[in-house]
Design a protein around this ligand. Structure first.
Ligand code: FMN
Length: 184
């Protein structure tokens, strides 16, 4: 019997909520389960920056969990997942992960990925960076996470923000090792 492909997605209150939404849309073209946890500020940023509201996320995910729900299955390492992406990852959430300070479900799920040596990708969003941000990125990298900032990509000659978002969403899928059924 084949193993269930299961991804945890954390959405925190950094700018770039559309990256999470586009990734969720692409994940619908796969056979992966996607378990989403979103922080309170993450919810607010989605509603501020995009045309989506928080409720619509429920249609794009296998299940959406509240940040205070430590009874979510992926709060335990015993629950098998193939890893986690945090998109966008605020500097506050980065700091929590870098320091093992798991006071919400997103932070706990990331901590579980590190302790179980599972894939953890952090789409960190801030510029410019101060030394604390850089040190926290260094710490999570040493602990096994990948820091994947949403950089502008010019070599694809983008003509719109949508194209840049699309390109970066595909990049996240590539790094997660997830293949879409419909490629486009
Ligand atoms: C519209 C908006 C955009 C924000 N963008 C960022 C950002 O790009 N990076 C960041 O580190 N914080 C950003 N913040 C601040 C974070 O939301 C704030 O530090 C919050 O405490 C993060 O909490 P969380 O990581 O638990 O979601 C933004 C806040 C708002 C309201």
């Amino acid at each position: 019997m084949s193993e269930t492909k299961r991804l945890v997605m954390g959405i925190s209150g950094g700018s770039g909520a559309i990256l999470a939404i586009r990734l969720l849309e692409m994940l619908q073209e796969t056979d992966w389960e996607v378990h989403v946890v979103i922080t309170k500020t993450g919810e607010q940023v989605i509603e501020h920056e995009t045309e989506y509201d928080f409720e619509e996320l429920h249609d794009l995910a296998t299940k959406v969990y509240a940040p205070e729900d430590f009874f979510a299955p992926f709060a335990s390492g015993a629950y098998a997942t193939q890893g986690m992406v945090v998109v966008p990852c605020s500097m506050k959430t980065l700091a929590g992960i870098a320091n093992g300070y798991s006071d919400n479900l997103l932070l706990r799920a990331a901590d579980v990925c590190l302790k179980e040596r599972r894939k953890l990708i952090l789409v960190t969003r801030e510029t410019p960076l101060n030394l604390i941000h850089i040190e926290n990125m260094r710490r999570v990298t040493l602990a096994g996470a990948m820091v994947l900032p949403p950089m502008l990509t010019m070599y694809t000659m983008p003509t719109s923000v949508d194209e840049m978002v699309e390109h970066f969403a595909k990049k996240m899928l590539d790094e997660l090792g997830i293949v879409r059924k419909i490629v486009g």
